[in-house]
Design a protein around this ligand. Structure first.
Ligand SMILES: C[S@@+](CC[C@H](N)C(=O)[O-])C[C@H]1O[C@@H](n2cnc3c(N)ncnc32)[C@H](O)[C@@H]1O
Length: 289
């Protein structure tokens, strides 16, 4: 056996309670993510696999490494890629997208929008939600002319590897199985390795940026017509969910639509927002001035 291999195969020791608490606190402070006792083994497995890669001998020395200035920031970002749950799908919650289409249709018909539409997917993972927003917008807006036909979609996430997969815009045919075949035909073209690629005219409407939702106060987005924030807040404490939603509400244009994952927040209200009457979707519109 090569030197070092034996060490690499040795299982790492169980995390002590003190180490678990230290990591829990760091993750929550920096990303908002709460790692419950039930997810302790998930944390330990992912930390130890990364620790093997970088040759860290124990949880405390690795902790020091990720909290050590600039070098630590790079390692932290790699760790975020491993610890965040990036599960997603195209048109993941169909009723939310049905609401979006009817909302856009109705606003176009009543000529309430005279500027290009801005849409935002918060916590976009590998881009499926962002492109689903773009496809929905393209489908509705092609029926209308003028400035209101223009739109742009931004997807933001804390994970750099998720953002790079989003920008790449290539998806396996399995991932596209759930998509309506007509939409698949219209918005995807054959790419390398049997994968399908988002067509360039749609990709040109979409951009991706790194944004930690704990840092929304400094984010440049404003006057957004549509914000989707689904399957992200569930990892956060209730008070933090409400804080984030308050920040998102401030970034909506008058009349804008905020769509949240069903059941992700209970009893939240905002003085500038009106709940949308839809039994299947948790959504709000911003009051017009
Ligand atoms: C489960 S995915 C949800 C993807 C998509 N919104 C959907 O509903 O299918 C959650 C995403 O939130 C991201 N995330 C977790 N913490 C975050 C934070 N503090 N700031 C921004 N994004 C975060 C993760 O990297 C992950 O890609």
């Amino acid at each position: 056996m090569q030197p070092g291999v034996e060490w690499a195969l040795r299982p790492l020791a169980e995390m002590s309670s003190a180490e678990f608490s230290e990591w829990q606190a760091l993750l929550e402070e920096r990303s908002g993510m709460v790692v419950t006792e039930q997810r302790r083994s998930f944390l330990q497995a992912n930390l130890s696999s990364r620790m093997r890669e970088v040759g860290a001998a124990d949880y405390s020395s690795y902790y020091r490494q990720v909290t050590d200035g600039v070098r630590g920031a790079v390692e932290w970002s790699t760790l975020m890629d491993r610890l965040t749950v990036q599960e997603t799908r195209f048109f993941r919650h169909p009723p939310s997208f049905a609401l979006l289409s009817s909302y856009m249709q109705q606003r176009c018909e009543s000529r309430q929008v005279d500027k290009p539409w801005s849409l935002w997917s918060v916590g976009c993972a590998s881009g499926e939600e962002t492109y689903s927003l773009a496809i929905s917008a393209a489908e509705v807006l092609q029926r209308f002319g003028g400035e209101a036909q223009q739109f742009g979609v931004i997807g933001t996430d804390i994970s750099l590897s998720a953002l790079s997969r989003s920008r790449d815009g290539h998806y396996s045919s399995r991932r596209l199985e759930q998509l309506n075949p007509e939409l698949r035909e219209r918005y995807f073209q054959p790419g390398p390795d049997d994968r399908l690629q988002v067509i360039s005219s749609l990709a040109a409407r979409v951009c991706f940026a790194r944004l930690n939702v704990l840092e929304l106060a400094g984010a440049p987005m404003s006057d957004m017509d549509v914000i989707f924030c689904q399957n992200l807040l569930i990892y956060f404490r209730r008070w933090r969910r409400r804080e984030i939603l308050n920040r998102l509400a401030e970034r909506l244009a008058p009349g804008g639509l905020l769509v949240i994952g069903a059941g992700e927040v209970v009893g939240w209200q905002h003085p500038d927002l009106t709940p949308v009457a839809d039994s299947q979707v948790l959504a709000f519109t911003r009051k017009c001035l």
